[in-house]
Structure formats: structure tokens, C-alpha cells
Design a binder for this molecule. Structure first.
Ligand SMILES: [Fe+2]
Length: 284
């Protein structure tokens, strides 16, 4: 790709730029700084949960739904998965991730799933993203079923059991766990504070951009040590909501073969250079 066409990609959601000249000139950390600057001047929520999310990059809310509603929800999930419609499978290293889209969920038959699709976390995410996420935006709502693989040979340095960032700007993902989760069945792993930009992170963004990798940046132990950060395995009970800024370092724990866990999942990623404060479509 030419430098000229890459120039037009600077202010987009593209994870990386292909132009060696632009990358050597520092375009990638520049994009990260501009995106963060625009985020920082957006109106900020004073909600304590959102403040914690901004500070650490993650919040964990136990007993998110009332117990009756949660039990109804899990019954609906069993039925929806049993029907096995709208499902896709991703092989991520040794692990299998089966996703059941809720895009066409029937609200008469699955009222709890329809409610999850149409609402409950948009206010929280609006505060986190500092833009209004409209009621009609469902965050790509789906059921995620992770099964830990048995074939170690499928493990791959690019799979999501390795610490990585999703992209260079603030972007949020949400899980409502339907099963108890621990390190054995593919827990979410997050490094609190890693979403913040400092010299070390920007330097590694720069180094990576001058190399060959054009996928999500993988994080080495050296970067963690240099920043004095430590990873946290998010072990939790069913009916726990986790919201994370996946601009921060994160992964999935390397689990015990044969175990599995399910969650309702949504993700929110918008063009960080857009000045609009209102509802937007997912941007890539
Ligand atoms: Fe990720």
C-alpha cells in the first residue's frame, strides 16, 4: 500500500498502517495519542463504576441480574443453544469458540435473551466510551461458548491465550458469565492499568509498527516488567458481569482440556477520531 493511501488511513479504525515511511516516522504512536486526546476531552461520567473502569480498565459486577431473572436466562440459553441456529465456530489455537448470534432472537420465545440484546449495559458502555450508545445498537450480542482444546499442537503464538491488545484506542467488551469461571475453563485475563498510555507503551507501539506484524499486538514479559504491571485472572461466579477496555493487555487463560464455559457477550468499537457524540455503528 502506498504512503499516500496510508495517509488516509491514519484517522480510521485500521489497527495498523502499512507504510514503512509513516511507521518509521512514528505514525502509530501518534494515532494512539490523538485518539486518546480526543477521548479525554469528551464529557466524562462521574459514576463510580465508570470512573473505576477509566482508572483500571476493568470492572467486575457480581450478581448482575436478580436470581430469578438469571435462572430464566440460563434456561433460555440452554434452549437457544440446543436449537443450534445462527452459530459459528472459531478455532483459536487449541480452543474452540462457538458463537450463537442473538441478532434475530425471538422476544416472545426468549424474552431474557432479547432484553440482553436490546439493553442492559448500554448506559454503562456509553459512559465508558464517552459517547451515547443508542438503544438500537446491540453490540453484536451473542452467546459465547468456549471449549478448551486437547490438541496442544494447535497452540499458536497468535492465539488469544497470549496477552495482546485489540487495538490502539479505547474499545470495550462485555461478558455476562453463565457458568462459574476459573483459570481452568478459559477465564478472562487482564492487566489493570495497561490501557493507559505511557512512554513505555508508546515505545512498544512504535517498535511493533516498524516490524512485520499487522495483527493485534502481542505483549511480552519485558513490557509488563518495564511498566511494573501484573496480570489478573478474572475468576468469578456465574451471573457476574465483566466490562473491560480491550485496548488494555488481555488474554484467555490456558485452561484444562475438555472444560468449557459460556457467557453472553457484546463488544463496542467506534472510530476514535469521529467527533460525533451520538450513537454509531460498529466500526470494524
Ligand atoms: Fe482480544
Amino acid at each position: 500500500m502506498s504512503t499516500l493511501s496510508d495517509l488516509t488511513r491514519i484517522f480510521t479504525v485500521a489497527k495498523t498502517l502499512d507504510s514503512r515511511a509513516l511507521n518509521l516516522a512514528g505514525a502509530q504512536p501518534f494515532r494512539a495519542l490523538i485518539a486518546r486526546g480526543l477521548y479525554d476531552v469528551r464529557p466524562k461520567s462521574h459514576d463510580p463504576l465508570i470512573a473505576e473502569l477509566a482508572r483500571t480498565g476493568i470492572v467486575v459486577c457480581e450478581n448482575f441480574l436478580l436470581s430469578d431473572a438469571f435462572e430464566d436466562l440460563t434456561r433460555e440459553v440452554d434452549e437457544y443453544m440446543g436449537a443450534n441456529v445462527n452459530s459459528t465456530v472459531i478455532q483459536d489455537g487449541a480452543d474452540e469458540i462457538r458463537r450463537y448470534s442473538l441478532g434475530k432472537v425471538d422476544p416472545t420465545r426468549f424474552p431474557q435473551l432479547a432484553q440482553w440484546r436490546s439493553n442492559p449495559v448500554n448506559a454503562l458502555v456509553s459512559g465508558a466510551e464517552r459517547r451515547s450508545v443508542g438503544r438500537n445498537f446491540d453490540g453484536g450480542a451473542l452467546i459465547e461458548h468456549v471449549t478448551i482444546g486437547v490438541d496442544e499442537e494447535k497452540a499458536n503464538p497468535q492465539d488469544n491465550t497470549h496477552l495482546h491488545i485489540d487495538t490502539f484506542f479505547n474499545t470495550h467488551k462485555v461478558w455476562l458469565y453463565l457458568d462459574d469461571v476459573d483459570a481452568e475453563n478459559g477465564a478472562f485475563v487482564f492487566v489493570p492499568g495497561s490501557h493507559l498510555l505511557d512512554r513505555v507503551r508508546l515505545w512498544h507501539e512504535y517498535l511493533e509498527s516498524t516490524g512485520e506484524n499487522r495483527r493485534s499486538r502481542r505483549i511480552g514479559d519485558d513490557e509488563l516488567k518495564e511498566r511494573g504491571l501484573q496480570q489478573r485472572v478474572v475468576e468469578c461466579r456465574r451471573n457476574t458481569l465483566v466490562v473491560a477496555n480491550t485496548c488494555g493487555y488481555h488474554s484467555r487463560s490456558i485452561g484444562k482440556p475438555g472444560t468449557s464455559r459460556r457467557a453472553l457477550h457484546k463488544e463496542f468499537r467506534f472510530n476514535p477520531f469521529s467527533l460525533a457524540l451520538g450513537s454509531q455503528r460498529k466500526a470494524g
